[in-house]
Design a protein around this ligand. Structure first.
Ligand code: NDP
Ligand code: MG
Length: 401
């Protein structure tokens, strides 16, 4: 029987590669629903190619454009009677629909949290690329995922690697080692970093990814988010999760066992491999990636925490737990966008996120409503700081102190 998949974020880097994997496995996979943010043009092309029953755009106006662009199909003259909807109601309906087996969550940012929870609650399997969801709401998501083993499978390459290195019995696992390419700024000194531009940060040496994760890879916040993601996915304490810089991106991560054995997973840096594994598990499907290892030296080094302080901040927020990771994540999302628009300098991404985390009064219990409220608070604060300046913040009514 074919696995019927819904792809949330189909027009992005992971989404497009998911559609490539699905196109290469027509016997095993059928794409039944697609969703994106506002890119009606690419989504219309994908609908014509893939012929899903449902297409969702987050924004209402582009959803109208999509309806218009697919008019011939919708009136039944084509072979794809696609239904177009929009917003969170559209996403929630799409991921919980009865004809969906697996949701590939490939949206960028914490916006994926509600649909991920809804899909798990509806008994769907979720193949999760969207790490911000686990950072912001890891305990809420895992509470549902644990009810049905196998209902949440990782797509992020490091977590896929760890998943592949874990034996059935995890009692003897003593540590995880996440590898990091080191990003475009691995060898840059503080002076150069202070003047880094978005174009520099977007030049990732090994991976072609969306802009948000590429900037996170430059600051190493991406690795920080992944440490929190690994903590939740594999139920490992933070002190057992280590990070090593491995510029070749061939070893995707490692698991350390009590007898000192270290099991690593290797492969070329190509996200189609972990995407495919998430969808083929427990089988492996043949594909023809280039062989990896001939003539290539593999090196590993410690992270320079002075030049990449975001990693330490993420460990700290992860350890504090509760709503703090959601606050850190939301502030980071805002700062990355502000940096991409050249509204703040590169070092300010870390400085502003740290400032917002330091100001968060961390009392409320963990619930979806409180995660969303903490996320909204952090976004407002970060937007104010980015817009107005360092150490100036505005209260809810807009008055500045
Ligand atoms: P992209 O920016 O390339 O794509 C994001 C996708 O999400 C686009 O399809 C975008 O649509 C869509 N989107 C944005 N907002 C919404 C919304 N509100 N509702 C529905 N769809 C929306 O990101 P990536 O593919 O690079 O990353 C996706 C996730 O996967 C991130 O969490 C990232 O950290 C993670 N990841 C990515 C890897 C990679 O190699 N790219 C590797 C490992 C993890 P539109 O085009 O219309 O804006
Ligand atoms: Mg990764």
């Amino acid at each position: 029987m074919k696995k019927r998949i819904a792809v949330v974020g189909s027009t992005g880097s992971i989404g497009r590669q998911t559609l490539e994997v699905a196109a290469a496995q027509p016997e095993a996979l059928e794409v039944v629903a697609l969703a994106a943010g506002s890119n009606s043009r690419v989504l219309a092309d994908q609908v014509r190619q893939v012929k899903p029953g449902v297409a969702v755009l987050w924004e209402e106006e582009p959803a109208g454009e999509l309806r218009e662009a697919l008019r011939d199909l919708r009136v039944g003259t084509g072979d794809c009677p696609v239904r177009v909807s929009s917003g969170m109601p559209g996403l929630l309906e799409m991921v919980t629909a009865s004809d969906v087996d697996t949701v590939v969550m490939a949206v960028s940012g914490c916006i994926g949290l509600e649909p991920t929870l809804a899909a798990l609650q509806a008994g769907k399997q979720v193949a999760l690329a969207n790490k911000e969801t686990l950072v912001a709401g890891g305990e809420l998501v895992m509470a549902w995922a644990r009810l049905r083993p196998g209902s949440l499978v990782p797509v992020d390459s490091e977590h896929s690697a760890i998943w592949q290195c874990l034996s059935e019995d995890t009692r003897d696992v003593t540590g995880l080692v996440l590898t990091a390419s080191g990003g475009p700024f691995r060898t840059w000194d503080e002076n150069r970093l202070a003047a880094a531009k978005p174009a520099d940060a977007l030049r990732h040496p090994n991976w072609q990814m969306g802009p948000k994760i590429t900037i996170d890879s430059a600051t190493l916040m991406n690795k920080g988010l992944e440490v929190i993601e690994a903590h939740h996915l594999f139920d490992m304490p933070y002190e057992t999760i280590d990070v090593l810089v491995h510029p070749q991106s061939v070893v995707h991560s490692m698991v350390v066992y009590s007898d000192g054995a270290v099991i690593a997973q290797m492969g070329i840096p190509d996200m189609r491999l972990p995407i495919q594994y998430a969808l083929s598990y427990p089988r492996r499907w043949p594909c023809s990636p280039t062989p990896v290892l001939a003539g290539q030296g593999l090196t590993f080094e410690k992270v320079n925490e002075a030049r990449f302080p975001a990693l330490g901040l993420a460990y700290d927020c992860g350890r504090r737990g509760g709503l703090m990771p959601a606050v850190m994540n939301a502030a980071n999302e805002v700062c990355v966008q502000a940096f991409l628009r050249e509204e703040i300098a590169y070092p300010r991404i870390y400085e502003v996120v740290k400032d917002i985390c330091g100001r968060f009064d961390h009392k409320e219990a963990l619930s979806l409503a409180n995660v969303l409220a903490a996320d909204a608070w952090a976004r407002r604060e970060a937007e104010n700081v980015c817009r107005i300046g360092w150490n100036i913040s505005c209260d809810e009514g807009g008055g500045c102190r």
